[in-house]
Design a protein around this ligand. Structure first.
Ligand SMILES: NC(=O)c1ccc[n+]([C@@H]2O[C@H](COP(=O)([O-])OP(=O)(O)OC[C@H]3O[C@@H](n4cnc5c(N)ncnc54)[C@H](OP(=O)(O)O)[C@@H]3O)[C@@H](O)[C@H]2O)c1
Length: 355
């Protein structure tokens, strides 16, 4: 068994640990982790590992963490009723060679990992979906699914919440880290709504790329926030950068209708920005909470159906420009992780690792 470990309090320190192959008991199955994507989202899991319990999904030795990833695994062995060895599944995985699971609610579509240590964690992360039965799945677009599916799901929910709260017609929606995949997917969906005005905030080096996407009405770099028109606006914060947040809130002041805290791509700038924050207090957006709400409103199957329907056009559009950077084995994983951590990956690209 191999595990990619990150030092919890010093994310630049990482290593691969070897141990005896895991055994499984009756009622359990063993997944062999095959492939997964790696973007700023995974670094956020590590940055927020303690605060939001992301380290608790896949426990590791003291002081070290296994950063969760989204990808595909194969059922290598199964002692669980209804789950056959050989099935290919998509879900939340450790950056490890294997994951023992305790399948529950097993059906043709997949299973839920009922391992006791996961019980208190958000249920949106527990389901493993059998690819042959999955409405999202197409064998020719596995890379895009691993990379973008969890992010797109979030973006779908951001678009839904902004529309539901009546924020799509109350001045521009200003999105930071506009070059991130989560921002791009949210902007792609929002741009399809009538009358929505979208402003993409990004770093100077990514301005041309964001402009070229053609989904934001206007692209503004972080040092040009003062050039935005004043008046009502909504801030969707994907950078988590304290200085940018301060500049946006100061610029719009009490006209800022809503400030949605989604991500922290600029993870080292989280605590930056000084003084009182004018306008509304930032409200944390947590996708699993919104999944629970919409599952209750619409039913889980209808939520899945709506996300899958919106997903395929996005997937096709993205395939036209997204370049995947393939990585192999734990060496490839380590180098991809450090590239993502240090912000060395261009916005047109994304890492996919095959173990
Ligand atoms: N709240 C939720 O439920 C939820 C769900 C899903 C994702 N998210 C969050 O959304 C964020 C975006 O994730 P993603 O995977 O879509 O990101 P991504 O595509 O990997 O983002 C890449 C972009 O982030 C900025 N960036 C990345 N690393 C950086 C660094 N080290 N220093 C400075 N800038 C850096 C750059 O954008 P700019 O130059 O444009 O700033 C870069 O183009 C993550 O924080 C993720 O956790 C939140």
């Amino acid at each position: 068994m191999s595990d990619f470990l990150v030092k919890r309090d010093a994310l630049r320190e990482c290593r691969v640990a070897e141990s005896a192959p895991p055994s499984i008991e009756s009622g359990q199955a063993l997944l062999r982790v095959d492939r997964f994507g790696l973007t700023a989202n995974n670094v956020t899991y590590a940055v927020m590992g303690e605060a939001m319990s992301y380290w608790d999904f896949f426990p590791a030795e003291d002081g070290w963490g296994r950063m969760p990833v989204w990808g595909f695994a194969e059922v290598e062995r199964s002692e669980a009723e209804g789950l056959e060895a050989g099935a290919r599944v998509y879900g939340y995985l450790p950056p490890s060679s294997h994951l023992p699971v305790t399948p529950g609610s097993v059906n043709e579509q997949g299973f839920t990992d009922r391992s006791p240590h996961r019980a208190a964690l958000p249920s949106a992360y527990h389901r493993y979906l059998v690819s042959t039965e999955d409405p999202f799945y197409r064998a020719d677009s596995e890379d895009i699914q691993m990379l973008l599916r969890p992010l797109f799901y979030t973006s779908f929910l951001i678009d839904d919440q902004l529309a539901d709260d009546g924020l799509t017609g109350r001045g521009p929606i200003v999105i930071s880290s506009a070059s991130s995949k989560t921002a791009i997917a949210a902007a792609f969906l929002l741009a399809q709504r009538d009358g929505v005005e979208l402003v993409g905030l990004t770093s100077a080096g990514n301005g041309e790329f964001v402009e070229g996407l053609g989904i934001y009405g206007r692209t503004v770099t972080y040092d040009e926030i003062g050039s935005l028109d004043s008046g009502p606006a909504t801030y969707v914060d994907i950078s988590g950068d304290g200085t940018v947040r301060q500049a946006v809130h100061t610029h719009f002041g009490n006209d800022l209708v809503h400030s949605m805290a989604v991500g922290i791509t600029h993870w080292e700038e989280l605590g930056a920005g000084q003084g009182d924050l004018p306008g509304p207090a930032p409200a944390l957006f947590f996708a699993p909470t919104r999944v629970e709400k919409r599952s209750a409103d619409w039913g889980p199957a209808e939520l899945e159906r709506r996300v899958a329907e919106a997903w395929h056009p996005f997937c096709e559009w993205t395939a036209g420009w997204l370049e995947t950077i393939p990585g192999q084995g734990f060496d490839g994983l380590q180098s991809a992780y450090l590239d993502v951590l240090e912000g060395r990956v261009g916005p047109k690209s994304a890492h996919v690792v095959t173990l």
